[in-house]
Write a protein that binds this ligand. Structure first.
Ligand code: G6P
Length: 612
């Protein structure tokens, strides 16, 4: 949700900023801009993607060893040239980039208008920079003090960077609710929404905490203080980010690369945590809280989007294995209800980015009621792992395609490990069954590899359905969340309307939609409610719907009924989501490519949703 980047040092800022913006484009891509300081404060911005900005800037002056850049996902004001960031202050001496929402911008704007300020955009961000300049001039304070005073007046979320024409050696940045990392180079500094733009220049980073303001001055150490004016010592951490993970590595799209990475990303999620031979499941990050998890009468899982679908799989796993009562909640709903949560409760928060605003707010609410919060996140150092009591990283590696793929299977893998561990502690699983499941889990990466062989078959299938207007996805039990996730993937990247449904619920409504034009994807693997799902397939066939069935290798019964069959290897019922999801990811990918959609950056979406 908006990517921000800044540079100050001895190198030319422009190439660093542009490269950084490309790396952050997954966060938003409806407009982009940069400001460079070289005596003059030059500001270039345009509607469109970073490549449009590059075209726009071409031929113009790009000198300067200090600058800021932004790629936007619009909240206030439509995506156009004027609303793109950076925004100038009234005097044009200051420029700002911002990720987040200033909720009380309207009242501040009204006040500033009364005092003669003119606004050229519809954004909340422009209000903030005018306010900062107003304070700086009227209270005759330094820029960082003006920023601090202003931030005490605003309500909302922000990661900001400010550049000043009068101070060519200074960048001021601050965060609350939106991420910000400072990279510390030899004689330069980098600022960014995440570590991706920084990793190739330095491994030393400082993750800002909420309500911290950092003054980054060339030739001096960074200074951090809070908006309440408390000095903080910067905590420098070492980055562990492999640069090749940020490239497409020969694939046409990040999404395809990430789908294909799943044999190794699932393995990475389990690495050092699972020893099937010895019967060991060890999740180091939650060891101190395992007993509490085992004692809990109830676990609530909060998440959004794809992570919410992983949470649903988690519900079935914990109920089946650990016999713990589980509730799965959309974080955005949970945070505005009056949920009954108490001190014995365990709340698991799942998030790929670790930045989702609704999930963060839901965590804070559950924390305020005394619950213990366990995180399952992918992005190391992000906000959610820092807001939770304990947690486990999924270690799936950077996920750049906006539609989540490998993060989902990694989340399900971690949930499986957690449920198995808690089941073992509670004694709700027989030893032989426990070993059986550990062995089955250990063999999953190879089976995912085998599943990926369906790629060619799916590409052909995608040709048949490229122009379908609707899709229905059906599954039961563990395959119900898979159906939801399959439908979400298709919507996200191909813009085809798709619905996921529990197969048996279909007769209570969606069946009315079925005719010969309706493709129905049914996940009909051979365990659990297999026979029942066959009946549901019959119901679709009777109405001439086209059945695309995901079945277990060697299946005979569904084969007789389905129009198209996609086989996945045999595995335990509770591990099927890790395999059955793969063909659905590929199906949406190939359909989207054939429809000429921007697979990695689908319209209107952003990967990291830092606004509510
Ligand atoms: C956005 C992304 C989705 C993601 C959801 C939750 O909507 O586009 O792919 O599932 O946010 O994100 P999180 O980072 O919390 O898993």
């Amino acid at each position: 949700m908006c990517g921000i980047v800044g540079y100050i040092g001895s190198k030319q800022a422009y190439p660093i900023l542009m490269k950084g913006l490309y790396r952050l484009e997954y966060r938003g891509y409806d407009s982009a801009g940069i400001a460079l300081l070289d005596g003059d404060l030059k500001l270039y911005k345009t509607k469109g993607k970073v490549t449009d900005l590059e075209g726009f800037v071409s031929g113009k002056s790009i000198e300067g060893t200090i600058g800021i850049g932004h790629t936007r996902w619009a909240t206030h004001g439509e995506p156009n040239n004027v609303n793109a960031h950076p925004h100038f202050s009234q005097s044009q001496n200051l420029a700002i980039i911002h990720n987040g929402i200033i909720e009380n911008y309207a009242s501040i704007k009204e006040e500033l208008i009364k005092r003669g300020y003119k606004f050229s955009s519809d954004t909340d961000t422009e209000v903030l920079i005018h306010l900062i300049e107003d304070i700086k001039n009227n209270e005759n304070v330094s820029l960082d003090e003006a920023v601090r005073i202003a931030l005490n007046q605003v309500v909302g979320a922000y990661a900001i960077v400010i550049i000043s024409k009068d101070e060519p050696n200074l960048l001021i940045a601050a965060r609350k609710g939106s991420p910000l990392v400072v990279g510390i180079g030899d004689d330069d500094y980098y600022l960014a929404s995440d570590a991706a733009p920084i990793a190739e220049y330095t491994q030393d980073v400082v993750y800002l905490n909420d309500e911290e303001i950092v003054s980054v001055r060339r030739g001096e150490e960074i200074k951090i203080r809070t908006v309440k004016n408390k000095n903080k010592t910067p905590y420098i951490q070492k980055l562990e980010l492999n640069l090749t993970e940020l490239e497409k590595g020969g694939f046409d799209h990040f999404m395809l690369k990430e789908i294909n990475e799943q044999p190794s990303s699932i393995l990475d999620s389990m690495r050092g945590r699972l020893n099937a031979k010895k019967g060991i499941v060890k999740l180091g990050g939650i060891i101190d809280y395992e007993q509490k998890m085992a004692n809990a009468k109830r676990i609530t899982i909060i998440a959004c989007g794809t992570s919410w679908h992983a949470a649903l799989v988690g519900e079935y796993l914990f109920e089946d294995l650990a016999r713990t009562h589980v509730e799965v909640e959309y974080a955005s709903e949970f945070r505005y209800r009056n949920p009954i949560i108490n001190e014995d409760d365990i709340v698991i928060a799942i998030s790929q980015s670790g930045e989702t605003a609704d999930t963060l707010a839901a965590i804070e609410l559950a924390k305020s009621k005394g619950a213990t919060i366990i995180g399952i996140c992918n992005v190391v150092g992000s906000s959610i792992p820092r807001a939770t009591h304990a947690g486990t990283y999924t270690h799936a590696g950077p996920e750049i395609g906006v539609a989540s793929t490998k993060a989902f299977t990694a989340q399900v893998t971690i949930l499986t490990l957690m449920a198995l561990r808690i089941a073992k502690m509670k004694g709700t699983i027989e030893t032989s069954r426990y070993f059986q499941l550990l062995n089955a889990l250990e063999s999953i990466p190879n089976k995912v590899k085998e599943t990926l062989d369906v790629d060619d078959q799916i590409r052909t299938l995608a040709r048949t359905f490229t122009y379908a207007r609707n899709f229905l996805y059906l599954g039961r039990g563990y395959n119900f969340p898979v159906a939801l996730e399959g439908a979400l993937k298709l919507k996200e990247i191909s813009y085809i309307h798709a619905e996921g449904y529990p197969a048996a619920e279909m007769k209570h409504g969606p069946i009315a939609l079925i005719d010969s034009e309706m493709p129905v994807v049914v996940i009909a693997t051979n365990k659990g409610t297999y026979e029942k799902v066959i009946s549901n397939i019959q119901e679709v066939k009777a109405r001439k719907g086209k059945i695309i069935a995901i079945v277990t290798k060697g299946d005979k019964d569904v084969k007789k009924l389905a129009d198209y069959i996609i086989e996945v290897p045999e595995t335990e019922e509770m591990l099927v989501p890790l395999l059955a999801t793969i063909p659905l990811q590929l199906l949406s990918y190939h359909i989207a490519v054939m429809r000429d959609c921007n697979v990695d950056q689908p319209r209107n979406l952003a990967k990291s949703v830092t606004v509510e």
